[in-house]
Design a protein around this ligand. Structure first.
Ligand SMILES: NC(=O)c1ccc[n+]([C@@H]2O[C@H](COP(=O)([O-])OP(=O)(O)OC[C@H]3O[C@@H](n4cnc5c(N)ncnc54)[C@H](O)[C@@H]3O)[C@@H](O)[C@H]2O)c1
Length: 319
């Protein structure tokens, strides 16, 4: 399957990620078939997309016509079979469960065109392990979008143990075409690139909190107003070059023995969970949350992200 042959994209799972992924492709002009086994979630998906567009419109990154066009290109599918019959590329964004994902892909392969390409939006599950149920493993790969997918440009395109070069490059080109910033993950390692980097930092953040070196608020501040503020412009490799590699090596020599190297989740995390403080849904995690605060933080997050992205890469293409 070449890029030019992809006309319609199937998205399985219309939850947090799936509805946003559908928005990305439909905004870029592709017909999209969206399916969720939960009818209420599927029926709500277009309303969620309309809601997500509000911040784009407020920033002048989309018009009301863009919203109508995007929604008009999305069809809600009654089944995986129906979705596969008309899609040349199928992305799965269901629950993070290996067995469920395998079941879905076995069904997708039964109904899809022999040439169709499939990918999983899994955050961490091995692409190679999901692929074991497929007869043709060459056309299967990982595409890890970041939340919110309609806002964040990066997509990790992951080569599983048996992914063919042709499918890998076709999907990479498709992501570029719809305005994403794809990266090639050449080996199927747990957590791929982004989640390894992100959770290495979270492990240290939770450990500092456990050791009462600083409050959760101050740990967040040092990221938001310290080194994290330059991250939209400059990554760790570039920053190391700017700082100088000798200095970087010397810091690592001194610091690494003191960094957290735990193999288990942090005690603070276990403690909060045991108290029922599981995060925004419970109204409490490291912070207290009200529904108004959650809505405000998410709206402000998306507004700030889109402003920064507009500055760096000229806005999110395809919208
Ligand atoms: N939430 C994130 O920040 C994030 C970021 C990147 C990747 N991911 C990954 O994306 C995937 C989806 O995550 P989410 O946050 O959108 O989850 P979600 O719970 O919001 O949505 C999952 C949807 O899949 C549907 N579903 C479950 N089984 C199904 C089946 N057999 N057929 C069709 N639909 C089915 C559910 O009804 C639900 O609506 C997961 O693999 C997750 O790890 C999540």
């Amino acid at each position: 399957m070449e890029l030019k042959d992809i006309r319609c994209i199937g998205v399985i799972g219309a939850g947090l990620m799936g509805h946003g992924i559908a928005q990305v492709f439909a905004s870029a002009g592709y017909d999209v078939h969206l399916y969720d086994k939960d009818k209420a979630t599927l029926d709500a998906s277009k309303g969620r997309i309309e809601e997500d567009f509000k911040v784009f419109i407020a920033l002048g990154l989309a018009t009301k016509e863009d919203v109508t066009g995007c929604l008009g290109r999305i069809s809600l599918s009654p089944s995986i079979e129906a979705l596969c019959k008309s899609s040349q590329y199928v992305i799965e964004a269901i629950l993070e469960d290996l067995d469920l994902k395998r079941k879905v892909f076995a069904e997708v392969e039964r109904h899809a065109d022999a040439e169709a390409i499939f990918s999983s939006n899994t955050s961490a599950i091995s692409i190679t392990e999901i692929a074991t149920v497929l007869k043709n493993k060459e056309r299967f790969l990982g595409t890890h979008f970041w939340n919110p997918p309609q806002v964040l440009p990066c997509v990790e395109v992951i080569r599983g143990g048996q992914t063919g070069k042709a499918a890998f490059e076709t999907v990479f080109a498709l992501m570029e075409k719809v305005g994403k910033v794809p990266v090639r993950v050449l080996k199927d390692v747990p957590g791929f690139l982004g989640n390894r980097l992100q959770h290495a930092m979270w492990r240290e953040a939770f450990s500092l909190c456990d050791r009462k070196v600083a409050s959760a608020e101050d740990i967040d501040k040092v990221v938001k107003y310290g080194f994290g503020a330059r991250m939209p412009f400059i990554g760790p490799m570039e920053t190391a070059d700017l700082a100088g590699l000798v200095l970087t090596r010397d810091i690592h020599k001194y610091l690494f023995p003191y960094l957290d190297a735990a193999k288990e989740p942090a005690p603070v995390l276990e403690k909060l969970i045991s108290e029922g403080a599981t995060g925004v849904k419970a109204g409490r995690g490291f912070y207290e949350w009200t529904p108004e605060k959650i809505e405000r933080v998410i709206r402000q997050r998306d507004t700030v992200l889109l402003r920064i992205l507009k500055e760096i890469i000229g806005g999110v293409k395809g919208v």
